[in-house]
Design a protein around this ligand. Sequence first.
Ligand code: HEM
Length: 413
Amino acid sequence: MAREYGDFVQFDFGPFRMYFVNHPDLLHQILVEGAAKYYKTRLTKALLRPSLGEGLLINDGEPWKRQRKLIQPAFHAACIAAYADTMVTYTEHAMAEWQAGQTRWIDHDMMTLTLDIVIKTLFGEQLTPQEREAVGQAVDIGQKQVGDGFKTLFRMPAWVPTSARRRGEWATGVINDIIARFIAHYRQTRQDRGDLLAMMLAAVDEDGGMSDAQARDEAFTLIVAGHETTANTLTWAWHLLSQHPQAEAALHAELDRVLGGRKPTFADLPALTFTEAIVKETLRLYPAAYIIAREPQEDVCVGRYAVPHGRPILIAPYVTHRDPRWFDEPNTFKPERWLDDLEKRLPKLAYLPFGGGPRICIGNAFAMMEARLILATVAQRFQLRLAPGRRVEVDPLVTLRPKHGMPMVVQAR
Ligand code: HEM
C-alpha cells in the first residue's frame, strides 16, 4: 500500500475502515505530539486482555500513566547495568550444552535463554525445566491465537468454548501459576531482593499503590513482552550473520580486539560498536513489533487527512524501515550503515523498532543491552549456519517470527 498509495492510506478490512500511516512526520504527530489522544485499539485489547489483563502494554489514560511511573524505576540505567552479569552468565550456561556439528533449534534456544534472563533479573526467580517448556508452548499458542485474531473478521462470542479458546486458557493458566508461585514465595520469605516483583508487591501493600490483580497483569506482560521480542531479534540476527560472512567476520574481529577471549561486561558495551550495529540493522529489517496500532479518542487530523474518532490507525515499522527515502539499499543487510551516526541524521521516527513518544518500549535499553551481550558471548565461541535444505520465511503473528523455526548447525570458531 505504501508503494502504491503513499504515506497515508485509507482502506477497508471487510466492513471496517482503517488507516495506514507511513511518513515519519505523521508517525511523530500520532506517537509523540498527540500521544494523549490516541489509545491502543479495541481489537488489540479484546485479543490480549484475556492474558495481559490491564497490563502496561494495553492499558491507557491515567491508569496507564500511574502504572508506568511505578514500574519505570526498575528500568533505570543503573538497575539495568546490574543485570549485565546475569545475562552473560546465563548465556554461558546455555552454551555449555552446545557442541560443534550439532543442529540446534536456535529460535527455541534464544527463547529459553531470554525467558530465563527476564525471570531472574526482574523476578529474582528460576523456572523449573517443566515450567520453561510449558511457557514456550503457552507463548506459541498465544501468538497463533492472537495473530489469527488480527486477521479474522468474524469472531465467536467470548462465551463459546471453542477448542482454541480452551488452549488459550490453558496457556494463560501456565503463566498465571508461575506468577502465583513467585508471589507466594515472596510473601512467605518477605525477602526484598531489590527486584521488580518485590517493588510491585511493596506497592500492593501500600495504600493506593497497586492491586494484587494489577501486579499479576504487569508481571504477565513483562514476562511475555520481556523475552519473546528479544529472542526473535537474536534469531534473525543469527540468520542474517550466517548469510553475510563479511559482516560476521567484522563482528568476530571486533570481539577479538575488544574482548580477546574474555567475557563481555557492561563496561565493554561502548566499545562494541559493530555488535550494536548488527542489532540495530537486524531490528531495522526484522522489527519484532512490526505493527503498532492506535485509535484516536476524538476526531483528528493526521497531516492533511481527517480520521474520525475510534478508527484504527496502523503504523508498520517493517515498512517504514525499508523505505528508500531513509535507507539506501533498504532491503540489504548493511550493519555498517549505523556506524557514522546515521540515527542522528534520520528524520525522527524513520527508525522506530521500540515505538516512540511516551509509550516507547519500557524495555528498550534492557533489550539492546541483552541482545549485544548475548551476541558477543555466543559469537566469541561459535558461528551458526542454517541447516542444509531449510527454508526461512517470516511469520507475521503478534511479533515477527520465523515460520519454520530456525534450525542451525553449530560450528566452533
Ligand atoms: C528487541 C526487543 C523488543 C522490541 C523490538 C520491543 C518493541 C516494543 C514496541 C514497538 C513497543 C511499543 C508498542 C506500541 O507503541 O504500541 C513496546 C512496548 C513495551 N515493551 Fe517492548 N520491545 C522489546 C523488548 C522488551 C523488553 C525486554 C521488555 C521488558 C523487560 C519490554 C516490555 C514492554 C512493555 C511493558 C511495553 C509497553 C509500554 C507502555 O505502553 O508503557 N519490551 N515494545
